[in-house]
Design a protein. Structure first.
Ligand code: UDX
Ligand code: UDX
Length: 471
């Protein structure tokens, strides 16, 4: 089965970059990315490539090559579904904020809407690919909707699960050179196998076949949740030890290096931090916990939930350390944040540690000033408002956003590093020190700065996972 037209519903951080790379690598396939959000589609079509809605190194280059050749961004969802042989669903699946499973289960309302729309519009057979991260067995719900809510025509649907493993900030690199591509499908039927092969052939254009793994749908769905849970668990594990290092004169970077050289453990995801963020880790672990509870597996649920409790502790601990170090009061004091994104090289702020640290400090009546190289001011206010801790006006009065890092740090009582942006390392720290209140406190939540040099300038420093003796 040869695929000529692809439609992707959802032009977000996953759908946008993934489709751009498929279009770049497969010029013979027409790829249309649709979204209900008009402003987002307009931004994807912007002539000025620096205004794309997603910031990812290298993305502009790929979009420039493929856009309006065989890559299109549109709000005409029905039209794109109708024309497509293969439809990717890449809409968001946020944690439920209401009803049963509130705060834990994934809200599948958008997925269901997509399935109903596909069923209503389709006049020819389609392969439907789950790209969004979904709880195990979602495919059966999608199948049931597709098979039972059609438009009267005899259309056949095949459902595949093809979870995305790209990490933001390195999305293009991860898409071009993935460790593996995972495709789950109905391996028990000839039609199912044919659908799997059709998707394998697309990836095989640029990914070596031995790295394309095929499984049944349920293994594929669960593997995505599991991969994120394992990664998050490593970060929580190293973060739990960062607190112990601060008490014992061990240094977390030395410990991480020492254990990481054991090839059984490996060196990645052992960087102590102010806590992990991002759209996936928390949501996926909550999903895993919820699914385990649904099956009555309470020990399994408790085991994974601990990863999240540790992460919440790490964010709160960082904020409280700032408060206690500043003589137990930050009321009216200016605390400058360098970084708001959940990690470097992205403008995504979902679940970023910075939001929670700011919230704790605002509770203590601190004045928070923020600089981030890629995050827009309005996004920061939206993030804070979403917590519902105080009114939108109070958030605007408490937090100010600067376009220049030196302005953000001027007159500050303390600086906190919340994101590991490379540019922070090369700032003129003497100049920053000269404009600050004294003692000039600095809290490095990402362990990226050269503390001995900063101490020579006069800063009073705290670095995650190191006791004073180690600087
Ligand atoms: C999302 C999920 O968060 C993630 O779990 C999954 O693996 C992939 O999809 P992301 O691309 O980062 O990731 O989400 P987001 O940037 O929010 O993009 C989703 C897009 O879908 C939005 O632009 C939204 O407008 C669009 N959408 C949502 C639709 O077009 N139709 C809908 O019904 C709902
Ligand atoms: C993650 C997975 O890596 C990816 O495979 C999946 O598709 C989506 O979820 P992402 O959320 O984009 O990707 O970022 P990731 O690089 O995994 O970082 C997540 C968080 O963990 C960030 O806040 C990061 O700063 C933090 N982190 C990561 C650490 O604190 N220490 C580390 O050593 C690694």
């Amino acid at each position: 089965m040869e695929i000529k037209n692809i439609c992707c519903i959802g032009a977000g951080y996953v759908g946008g970059p993934t489709m751009a790379v498929i279009a770049q690598k497969c010029p013979h396939i027409n790829v249309t990315v649709v979204d209900i959000n008009e402003a987002r589609i307009q931004a994807w079509n912007n002539d000025d490539l620096s205004k794309l809605p997603v910031y990812e190194p290298g993305l502009d280059h790929v979009v420039k090559e493929a856009r309006n050749r065989n890559l299109f961004f549109s709000t005409k969802v029905d039209q794109a579904i109708d024309k497509a042989d293969m439809i990717f669903i890449s809409v968001n699946t946020p944690t439920k904020t209401y009803g049963k499973g509130k705060g834990m289960a994934a809200d599948l309302k958008y997925i269901e809407l997509c399935a109903r729309q596909i069923a209503r519009v389709s006049k020819s057979d389609k392969i439907v690919v789950e790209k969004s991260t979904l709880p195990v067995r979602t495919a059966s719900a999608i199948k049931s909707i597709l098979d039972n809510t059609g438009n009267g025509t005899d259309v056949k649907f095949q459902i595949l699960s093809n979870p995305e493993f790209l990490a933001e900030g390195t999305a293009i690199e991860d898409l071009l050179h993935p460790d593996r591509v995972l495709i789950g499908g109905d391996i028990s039927t000839a039609e199912g196998k044919e659908a799997i092969d059709a998707l394998v052939n697309i990836y095989a254009t640029w990914v070596p076949e031995k790295q394309i793994l095929t499984t049944n749908v349920w293994s594929s769905e669960l593997s995505k949740l599991t991969a994120n849970a394992f990664l998050a668990q490593r970060v929580s594990s190293i973060n739990s030890l960062s607190e112990l290092c601060e008490k014992t004169e061990a240094d977390i970077n030395e410990v991480a290096k020492a254990i990481g050289m054991d090839s059984r453990i490996g060196s990645k995801f052992l960087k102590a931090s102010v806590g992990f963020g991002g759209s996936c880790f928390q949501k996926d672990i909550l999903n895993l916990v919820y699914i385990a509870k649904t099956y009555g597996l309470n020990e399994v649920a408790d085991y994974w939930e601990q990863v999240l409790l540790m992460n919440n502790h790490q964010k709160r601990r960082f904020a409280h350390n700032i408060i206690s170090t500043l003589f137990n009061t930050v009321s009216g004091k200016k605390i400058a944040f360098l970084g708001w994104a959940f990690k470097k090289d992205t403008n995504d702020t979902r679940e970023s540690a910075a939001i929670y640290v700011a919230d704790e400090l605002l509770n203590e009546q601190s004045k928070v000033s923020v600089f981030d190289p890629k995050v827009q001011k309005e996004q920061m206010y939206t993030d804070l408002d979403y917590l519902n801790t105080r009114s939108s006006e109070e958030n605007r009065a408490g937090l100010s956003v600067f376009k220049d890092p030196y302005e953000a740090c001027k007159d500050a009582h303390a600086i906190a590093i919340l994101t590991e942006w490379d540019e922070f390392k090369t700032y003129d720290w003497q100049k920053i020190y000269d404009t600050m209140q004294k003692p000039a406190f600095l809290f490095d939540g990402r362990g990226i700065l050269n503390i001995p040099e900063l101490e020579k300038i006069g800063f009073v420093c705290y670095k995650i996972g190191s006791s004073k003796h180690n600087y």
